[in-house]
Design a protein around this ligand. Structure first.
Ligand SMILES: Nc1ncnc2c1ncn2[C@@H]1O[C@H](COP(=O)(O)OP(=O)(O)O)[C@@H](O)[C@H]1O
Ligand SMILES: [Mg+2]
Length: 331
C-alpha cells in the first residue's frame, strides 16, 4: 500500500505520536522511492530532529546527499525565525516611514519570542519547499513532529492567507489615502509631513514593493493550501503502534486533519509483535489485535499497512535499506 501511494504522489507527509516510527518509515519510503529512480528530498519539520541520528550523519538546514537520488534536510526553527523576521523587517521598513525604523526593530525583537512565531516560520519554510522543490525533485517527503504540533501546522495556511489578505486590504486603503494626500500638494506641504517627511515618489515605490511582498506570501500560502488539499498530488500518512494511546491519537489527528481540509491517504501500523516468538509476544499481539479493531471501527476505509517489530533498532543506511525492502512485503 505504502509504496503504491508514494509512487503516485509528489508530496508525502508522515505524522503521528512520538516514538511510533515516523522518521524511520518516512526515511525508508524516501529511500525506496529514490531506489525506484525518483529524485527525492526528505525534510524533517520536527524541532526535535532525529533524521541525523537515524542516518548517522550531520544533517542541517541545507540539503545533504544521504543516498543516490536522495537528499535530506532538517528545518532549523531558529534560523527560519531569523530569516522570516528579516523578511518581515524589510517589508515593515518599506511600509513605515524611515523615522519609525527604531519602532520596527523593537517590534521585531519582541516578535522573536512571540507565541506561534516558530510555527509561522516553519510553515513559511514548508510553503517555500513545496513551491521550489519540484524544480529539482520528483518527490518531497516530510517527516513531521508529534501529532498536536503537526495538526496545528496543517490548519495554519488558511489562517495565514486570511491574515495576509487583511494586510493587503489595509495596504490598499493606505495606498488610496497616500494618493489622496499626494493630490493635496507639493513635497513640503501637508502630504509630505503626514508621510514622515519622505519624498512622495519614494512613498509610491514603497507602496508598490509592499504589495509585491504581500502578494507573493499570499500566493505561497494559497499554493500550499491547494497542494495540501489535493489528494492526487499529496498524501498524509499516519504512523502508529497498535497500542491504546497511539490509536486514540490517530483517530484524533485524522479528525483534526479533516477539519483542516487534509485527507489522510493511509495508516502504517508499525512495530507489530510476532505471533511465533514465545507466549509473551503472542499475548502482546493479541492485545494489539483488540486495539486494531478499535482503529478499524473508527476509520474503516483507510488503506492500512503493517510492519513488524524488529529485534534491533533501525540505524544507518544499511538498516534502512533492509527496512525499505520490508515495505514491499507488507500487506
Ligand atoms: N519496526 C521497528 N522495529 C523496531 N524498532 C523500530 C521499528 N520502527 C522504529 N523503531 C525504532 O523506534 C525508535 C523510534 O523511531 P522513530 O522513527 O525515531 O520514531 P518517531 O520519529 O515517530 O519519533 C527508534 O529507535 C527506531 O529505531
Ligand atoms: Mg521523528
Amino acid at each position: 500500500m505504502l509504496l503504491n501511494l508514494a509512487a503516485s504522489r509528489r508530496v508525502l507527509f508522515f505524522g503521528g505520536k512520538g516514538g511510533v516510527g515516523k522518521t524511520t518509515v518516512a526515511s525508508a519510503v524516501a529511500l525506496a522511492q529514490a531506489r525506484a529512480g525518483r529524485r527525492v528530498l526528505l525534510v524533517s519539520t520536527d524541532p526535535a530532529h532525529n533524521l541525523g541520528h537515524l542516518w548517522q550523519r550531520a544533517i542541517g538546514p541545507a540539503p545533504v546527499r544521504v543516498a543516490a537520488d536522495l537528499d535530506a534536510l532538517e528545518i532549523d526553527p531558529e534560523a527560519t525565525v531569523r530569516a522570516h523576521l528579516d523578511e518581515v523587517g524589510q517589508a515593515l521598513r518599506q511600509l513605515m516611514p524611515p523615522h519609525l525604523s527604531g519602532e520596527v526593530d523593537r517590534h521585531l525583537a519582541l516578535s522573536r519570542e512571540a507565541p506561534g512565531m516558530h510555527e509561522a516560520a516553519l510553515l513559511e519554510r514548508i510553503a517555500e519547499l513545496v513551491e521550489q522543490a519540484p524544480r529539482d525533485y520528483d518527490l518531497l517527503v516530510f517527516d513531521t513532529a508529534p501529532s498536536g504540533h503537526t495538526a496545528r501546522l496543517m490548519a495554519l495556511p488558511e489562517m495565514m492567507s486570511a491574515w495576509t489578505d487583511g494586510l493587503l486590504r489595509r495596504q490598499e486603503r493606505s495606498e488610496r489615502f497616500g494618493a489622496a494626500l499626494r493630490n493635496l500638494g507639493s513635497d513640503d506641504g501637508v502630504a509630505s509631513r503626514a508621510l514622515g517627511g519622505e519624498r512622495i515618489d519614494t512613498a509610491q515605490d514603497r507602496d508598490q514593493r509592499i504589495r509585491q511582498v504581500l502578494h507573493r506570501r499570499r500566493h505561497r500560502f494559497e499554493h500550499l493550501r491547494s497542494v495540501l488539499a489535493d489528494d492526487a498530488h499529496t498524501a498524509f500518512v499516519i504512523v502508529l503502534a497498535a497500542e491504546r494511546l497511539p490509536v486514540l491519537e490517530t483517530i484524533e489527528l485524522h479528525a483534526q486533519l479533516r477539519r483542516a481540509g487534509v485527507q489522510v491517504g493511509g495508516l502504517v501500523v508499525n512495530k507489530r509483535a510476532p505471533a511465533d516468538a514465545g507466549d509473551f509476544l503472542a499475548d502482546r499481539r493479541m492485545q494489539e489485535e483488540a486495539h486494531l479493531r478499535d482503529l478499524r471501527e473508527a476509520l474503516p476505509d483507510l488503506p492500512l499497512q503493517q510492519l513488524p517489530l524488529l529485534a534491533e533498532d533501525v540505524v544507518g543506511a544499511q538498516a534502512l535499506e533492509a527496512f525499505a525492502d520490508r515495505l514491499n512485503a507488507g500487506e
